[in-house]
Design a protein around this ligand. Structure first.
Ligand code: PMP
Length: 998
């Protein structure tokens, strides 16, 4: 910044004119000299206008600010000691200079806010409309001649845009823009006018310091204020309010909705918005380029050029017609203006399903639910075509149809994926009706029309053979779309051909030519082709359903058949019922809970079709709804499910399979239904063995929800509502080398000494100990790895003292830790008892206790062991399949490889973001600890992170004694690509304002 005025000079100027003692610092400005002034208890903004400023302008501006004094969101202009809104002085060149001073609006610039959320954009629109209403009351008609920034004065760019170096493509876009805009000039001239701010750019909007739920606190710089078309204000506000957005249209609509809630925008005004935004972007680029040429020293003049070039390209890529429909929707109009008329006229056209298929359809029409929660579609979704067809063919006298506006999980290829403000999202909402008819079924045009598109869509899960026909409907045109046809290269029809109603146009294609689907017709109608030349979307983002369903009305308006579709639960109903029937301490995850209706591999799907990458659910060990596990379960449940009092092969093969994974010594297996039941039993087995009930437990340990397991779970008995440590429990500190009682090098030894002390304490108190229970990596306690050799050394002492060691592998077992199959193997010990749960049934309730023959023998004191469900053939069959999946797919190795990659990437993030104090874990059992510089736990930030990641489509959880540890324990099929996506989104959220707060 060039220093033209001494700060002391400014301070004296302020004192002599306003009577206030201040300290001045210079701040940036386009051509003015701006200063921030700090007095004892207030801050001010001070502006010296450039040489030769028109005094009329200064007067206008300062009067304006003075008139706005009741408006809370503009800075109050200070009057001078002699009550003037501005004053003057003569500079070194003896030229007159005008200056003014106003209150400083405290906050941060919009341009520095990260992330800009939906609410803030809505509020920006709302507040800018409120400002317009204030300006309306001001009795001024400030017309500035030839003002470059006035959109209604856009014609000046005509002379310049070809001379600046922005590339041919951009020049052509501007050329077209000007050409089209000029055609609508008289309409534009007739739009309502108002005094407008005209420069609500991202450096003129002040946002509150609240980093989680920011608000608009003010607008500054009224220097471009002008009387012009009111809609120009909204266009300018949108231009800057959508910078950095992943979905410009959606973000612009948020601003528009806010604006429209205060000032109703007319239909005709919506028609100018797209172009006005492009015009403002173009003017901004042109001004920066011209300044670069003529005023190269002033970098401020070019601040937004790169942003603007980027946004120019992105905005120009959006179809203008489509954008206008979005704007209309945001303003409460039907998205397509002719939708109502179409609905009226189409009723008179009598087409039918029989015309479409050219036969008297005698089959019963039956709705096929392919929505995300469809029970009809199994975990193989629609990919297993032969089983899909088998099901369809079970009812040969039914024709299955359905899908209009149905949200489906089946569009999972990358062609359907879009990066939005909510992370990666798939286009999931179906815009046509599918008819599941046989390959080679003849398809006929539903109306007279002209072929507009005839092609083969080659994308994976695309249309395959595709025909689109244009029809006339009174003064309207509409289009019918026929997808998944035979190879259209072989068709005799071509673009421009006339076809009659009922004329055969094609046949249903086979899997090979129809995009890879089970044969069916995708039939859709559209009121416009937008700009599509060779394609048209058949599915849209769920969030854009309202607009797309207006462009693509229900095809049944023309086919006229009876449909009976069941409605489903909605989230609000579920929330109410949950409150009514379920206990309050049964908690939901996330600030706003999600309605999950489907799982597949490492993903969970909401009822809205949002696909979440799951980094939390270690129970779905080999993937949610793993196809083989599912098949095994189905096979067995259809044959037998009973208790263990009969001979059965599944329990034997499971026991053999499990035993093979353990050291020889651990050979006896008790099958139960959960981790809690396993630990409960392990405690009982120990107590019977050692004839006492005292236990050594670890701080942070969690072992289940039954009475006995809670008694040994410090994580529970020591937390809110817990009943504290029982007298038979001896606690050793959690050996956390990062933030525990002892830290860093040598800490492990100290924790071991603590363990020894406990042993002596119990001895002194004459309390015989039955067992010590530990997790090989403490999970709920915060993914804490035990110090090296700690457990091995403990085991030696335990052996000496005749105390059993129970290792709880409920979280860590079955290959998760990568290097070994069991967590205890990382410590080179053989426990006396091992407990299993969670991953063992991949979601099906099954657990186990594994112990030595000797311990088992002692437990057999005459009392029968029996668990009604434990060891039933279905559970055993499932667990067998889980083990088979781990082995046959080398998933333990995957956990090792992916885990190593993930940890190394997380460590890179930790270098970038100091809040990540520690990254730890083994295989796919990882912890990310969030702390400040003084190692104070950052629980609130962990909660923020988890909730933001959820919004972005990644499920994570926070835990640990201080709830500041992000636990990462996904299904062990989690891939390197999944890890990359996780890291990319973590990087994004870590950079957000709230996470950066010191
Ligand atoms: N042990 C550990 C280490 C656990 O994490 C859990 C569950 N979180 C249990 C035991 C209890 O298992 P369940 O909830 O299946 O009874």
């Amino acid at each position: 910044m060039k220093k033209k005025f001494e700060l002391q000079f400014i301070e004296t100027l302020v004192y002599s004119n306003y009577g206030i003692k201040v300290k001045a610092t210079q701040v940036e400005g386009e051509s003015d000299d701006n200063f921030k002034l700090n007095s004892k208890n207030k801050s001010y903004f001070f502006k010296i206008y450039p040489k030769k400023t028109d005094p009329k302008f200064v007067k206008f501006q300062t009067n304006l600010l003075t008139d706005l004094k009741d408006y809370k969101k503009a800075a109050n202009n200070k009057l001078t000691l002699d009550k003037k809104p501005y004053a003057t002085f003569f500079d070194k060149e003896n030229e007159i200079r005008y200056f003014r001073m106003n209150d400083w609006i405290h906050g941060r610039l919009w341009s520095s806010v990260n992330p800009i959320n939906k609410n803030l954009r809505h509020e920006l629109g709302l507040e800018s409309a409120k400002l317009i209403l204030k300006l309306k009351k001001i009795n001024s008609n400030y017309l500035r001649e030839d003002f470059d920034w006035d959109l209604s004065n856009y014609l000046w760019i005509d002379k310049f845009y070809k001379k600046i170096d922005i590339g041919k493509k951009r020049q052509l876009i501007i050329e077209n823009l000007l050409l089209n805009f000029k055609k609508k000039q008289s309409e534009y001239d007739g739009l309502r006018k108002n005094l407008i701010h005209n420069d609500l750019n991202d450096n003129n909007i002040i946002v509150s310091e609240n980093l989680k739920t920011p608000n608009i606190v003010g607008f500054i710089d009224f220097g471009d204020c002008i009387k012009s078309q009111l809609i120009n204000e909204l266009a300018v506000t949108c231009t800057y309010g959508i910078i950095d957005s992943m979905n410009l249209l959606e973000s612009a609509c948020e601003i528009i909705k806010g604006f429209n809630s205060e000032i109703k925008i007319s239909e005709i005004e919506t028609e100018f918005l797209y172009e006005l935004i492009l015009l403002r972007i173009s003017i901004s680029i042109l001004k920066s380029s011209l300044n670069e040429k003529y005023n190269p020293g002033n970098k401020y003049l070019q601040v937004s050029k790169d942003d603007m070039l980027l946004i120019f390209d992105k905005w120009a890529d959006i179809n203008q017609e489509l954008a206008t429909y979005f704007f209309r929707n945001a303003c409460g109009f039907t998205p397509t203006p002719h939708e109502k008329n179409f609905k009226k006229l189409i009723g008179k056209k009598k087409s039918s399903i029989n015309i479409l298929f050219n036969k008297n359809e005698t089959n019963k029409l039956e709705n096929l639910d392919l929505s995300v929660s469809s029970k009809w579609l199994s975990s193989d979704l629609i990919n297993d075509i032969s089983s899909f067809e088998k099901k369809i063919n079970q009812k040969p006298f039914s024709t299955f149809f359905g899908g209009y506006l149905e949200t489906r999980a089946v569009y999972d290829s990358s062609d359907y994926e879009v990066l939005t403000e909510r992370g990666f999202e798939n286009r999931t909402t179906h815009l046509g009706i599918d008819f599941w008819v046989n390959e080679k079924t003849s398809i006929n045009s539903i109306e007279d029309g002209i072929i507009k598109i005839i092609t083969n869509d080659k994308t994976s899960k695309g249309y395959g053979g595709l025909i689109i026909i244009e029809h006339n409907l009174g003064s309207l045109k509409f289009y019918s779309l026929y997808g998944h046809l035979t190879d259209q290269k072989k068709s005799k029809l071509k673009v421009g051909d006339f076809v009659e109603k009922g004329e055969k146009i094609a046949e249903i294609g086979s899997v090979k030519e129809n995009g890879g689907w089970s044969p069916h017709l995708h039939f859709q109608i559209m009121l416009t082709l937008l700009d599509y030349k060779n394609d048209f979307p058949g599915v849209c983002l769920e969030s854009e359903k309202k607009v797309w369903s207006s462009i693509c009305p229900n095809p049944n308006l023309i086919l006229n058949f009876d449909v009976n579709i069941n409605t489903k639960f909605d989230e609000d109903e579920l929330k109410i019922s949950r409150k009514k029937y379920l206990p309050r301490n049964l908690k939901l995850s996330y600030n706003s809970p999600i309605y999950i209706v489907r799982g597949f591999n490492q993903y969970l799907y909401s009822n809205k079709g949002k696909k979440y990458l799951d980094t939390v659910n270690n129970i779905a060990h080999v993937g949610h709804q793993n196809i083989n596990v599912l098949k095994a379960a189905k096979d067995q449940i259809g044959v037998l499910n009973t208790n263990t009092r009969y001979l059965h092969d599944e329990i034997i093969s499971l026991s053999k399979n499990l035993a093979a994974k353990f050291p020889k010594k651990l050979s006896k297996i008790y099958l139960v239904n959960s981790g809690s039941e396993a630990n409960e039993l392990a405690i009982r087995i120990s107590n019977v063995n050692r004839n006492c009930e005292n236990f050594i437990v670890m701080q942070g340990g969690y072992h289940g929800n039954t009475n006995k397991t809670i008694e040994v779970s410090n994580y529970k008995y020591n937390s809110k509502g817990g009943s504290g440590k029982a007298s038979n429990v001896f606690e050793i500190p959690m050996p956390d080398e990062f933030r525990g009682k002892y830290r860093g090098k040598g800490a492990g030894k100290k924790y071991f000494i603590e363990f020894e002390k406990i042993i002596s304490k119990a001895k002194k108190a004459n309390k015989k100990i039955s067992a010590m229970i530990v997790e090989p990596i403490i999970s709920c306690g915060g993914q804490i790895e035990l110090p090296e050799k700690f457990l091995k050394k403990c085991k030696k002492i335990l052996n000496r003292e005749n105390i059993l060691l129970i290792v709880d592998e409920v979280q860590t077992g079955f290959g998760r830790v990568g290097e070994k199959f069991w967590g205890f193997q990382l410590h080179d010990v053989i426990p006396d008892i091992v407990t299993l749960g969670k991953p063992m049934g991949n979601g099906h309730p099954i657990g186990a206790v594994v112990c030595t023959a000797e311990i088992s023998k002692k437990f057999d004191n005459g009392l029968e062991f029996f668990s009604s469900f434990g060891g039933n053939p279905v559970s055993c069959r499932i667990a067998n399949e889980v083990i088979r999946e781990i082995d046959s797919r080398n998933l333990q190795k995957n956990a090792l490889k992916t885990g190593k990659f993930l940890v190394s990437e997380l460590k890179k993030l930790a270098k970038k973001y100091s809040i990540i104090g520690n990254v730890r874990g083994r295989g796919l059992f990882i912890g990310l600890e969030l702390v400040d510089q003084n190692l104070i736990p950052e629980m609130d930030k962990a909660i923020y992170l988890v909730n933001r990641m959820k919004e972005l489509g990644v499920l994570m959880s926070n835990d640990g004694l201080d709830k500041n540890v992000i636990k990462i324990k996904p299904p062990i099929i989690f891939s390197i690509d999944d890890s990359k996506r996780l890291i990319m989104l973590l990087d994004k959220v870590m950079a957000e304002d709230y996470m950066q707060l010191n």
